[in-house]
Ligand binder design. Structure first.
Ligand SMILES: Nc1ncnc2c1ncn2[C@@H]1O[C@H](COP(=O)(O)OP(=O)(O)OP(=O)(O)O)[C@@H](O)[C@H]1O
Length: 464
């Protein structure tokens, strides 16, 4: 195995340690450090390392030109900005990206990828559609497509495989997952996988929006004249879905007594239209979805256990965006921006290279509204880009954070009473260190929400 030798010439005492932690490869890296006693890299001798991390200010006192010096040394250099630096380019380095001293793993990875794109030793293959080994040593999977459904993470590949597998069987499927995760997409995938039912209609019903008075008529149908306003016969959802798929979304919002009535009809497929003495036999595949905790609802007595057993022969869980990881977030964000640019622009508009701070923001933002929210933010950025032809950080952040709900510190979040900003900054830094810069754990340790931690990290220049 190859050990990567990394040379560090940077004043922050914990810089190398943080670097090592982010690059946590089995086979290294070996970190070499320059300090006051060691031979400084101002000479023109080639350097015995694979890559160097050097402070932008390090060469100042030797009066060297950064890029010329880098060429002489013959190794890629990642230039490191000062601690509170919020921009990623410097005049001296023209358009070269600069790593902030208080980087996080996501920004480190992005800067390294940017710098090493053409470095064979690290084998970064950015060709779309192929698997690429990144500098961190993990395999980055390409974005996959199933109709208009995009996915990448291993957990999503497993989900799609299961949707196809169980979809082909005639079993009832319950899809669980947060709002905006794409449950309806998965429901359609399940429906399309069945050799027979896929030929019928896909009837989608939002159970949270069924008025009590219309429940029976909407599901079981009615005959003309059976009640005031019944001016013609109505088939109802069950008959509409005959030989196809009945998709009941928000099933956890179905009132108890409606569950009882549906259960009877679901058991044998036999329905009685309102105002008719006839019974009609229907045949369909049932798919349901919810973002409610059915287990807890069953314990609390608001969801029937027998109904649950009827609807959930197979359960599929759709992971949150957070569970899918930063790679999928970034790939989805780029894909969504590309879609929006094509949609909004009068003429073809290529997706520009996204600035590092934006990539960082996307990879660390929690997206509680999942893919729906991510698509919304990507559309905002696309609209902004079309209007300005650049990404100005402060303006973009303002646009991304306009919703009071998401970007302000929640009032309920009780913050510890720190006596000074420096103390608070140190506290955050220590907690991050202790929790290996994992934000969820750090937020838990500080008793904050992830959002609050993110805001504090931004405030103290710890996130980029
Ligand atoms: N992986 C994905 N690829 C492309 N579009 C997606 C993906 N996931 C979700 N979307 C889009 O996000 C939006 C929300 O998706 P969908 O309605 O399927 O989610 P849901 O989980 O059913 O949401 P809810 O619980 O609020 O009903 C839709 O516009 C959908 O097209």
């Amino acid at each position: 195995m190859t050990v990567i030798q990394i040379l560090v010439w940077e004043g922050q005492h914990d810089f190398a340690k943080r670097l090592e932690r982010c690059l946590n490869r089995e086979d290294g890296p070996e970190i070499l450090r320059y300090d006051e006693e060691a031979e400084h890299p101002s000479s023109d001798a080639p350097m015995e390392a694979d890559i160097a991390f050097i402070s932008t200010s390090a060469l100042r006192r030797y009066d060297r030109n950064h890029l010329a010096w880098e060429r002489i040394k013959g190794i890629p250099v990642i230039w490191v900005g000062s601690g509170d630096q919020s921009v990623y380019t410097t005049t001296a380095l023209s358009e070269r990206v600069v790593l902030p001293a208080y980087f996080n793993c996501a920004s480190l990875e992005t800067v390294m990828r940017h710098t090493l794109r053409s470095t064979p030793r690290f084998g970064v293959d950015t060709h779309p559609g192929s698997e690429a080994e990144t500098e961190k040593g993990h395999i980055e999977l390409p974005l996959r497509k199933e109709g208009s459904f995009l996915y990448q993470a291993a957990c999503m590949q497993q989900l799609v495989a299961n949707a196809r597998l169980y979809g082909a069987l005639s079993v009832s499927v319950l899809i669980r997952g947060g709002s905006g995760t794409g449950k309806e997409h998965i429901a359609r995938m399940v429906a399309d996988a069945h050799p027979d039912y896929r030929n019928g209609h896909f009837v989608a019903v939002n159970c949270a929006a069924i008025p009590d008075t219309l429940f029976e008529s909407l599901f079981f149908g009615h005959v003309k004249g059976s009640f005031t306003g019944a001016v013609r016969d109505h088939a109802g959802y069950f008959r509409d879905a005959h030989n196809g798929t009945l998709y009941l979304d928000e099933i956890g919002d179905l009132p108890f007594y409606q569950q009882v009535k549906l259960l009877r009809a679901l058991d044998d497929g036999v329905i009685h239209p309102v105002g008719s003495s006839e019974t009609i036999k229907t045949n369909f595949r049932l798919v349901t979805a919810t973002n409610r905790p059915l287990n807890r609802m069953i314990q609390e007595g608001t969801f029937r256990l027998d109904f649950y057993h009827r609807i959930a022969v197979v359960e599929l869980y759709v992971p949150t965006l957070h569970e899918r990881g930063a790679d999928e977030k970034l790939l989805l964000f780029s894909a969504a921006m590309r879609q929006s640019l094509n949609h909004y622009a009068q003429e073809v508009c290529d997706l520009p290279e996204l600035p590092l701070w934006l990539k960082d923001w996307v990879s660390s933002y929690p997206f509680s509204g999942n893919v729906r929210e991510l698509f919304n933010k990507a559309a905002r950025m696309a609209a902004y880009y079309l209007g300005h032809h650049r990404f100005e950080q402060a303006e973009c952040m303002h646009l991304l954070c306009t919703d009071a709900l998401e970007c302000e510190t929640p009032e309920t979040d009780e913050l510890p009473d720190f006596t000074s900003k420096t103390e608070e900054r140190n506290q955050v830094l220590q907690a991050l260190e202790k929790n290996q810069w994992r934000r969820s754990e750090t937020a838990d340790a500080l008793g904050w929400s992830r959002k609050t931690l993110w805001l504090k990290m931004k405030k103290y220049g710890l996130s980029d």
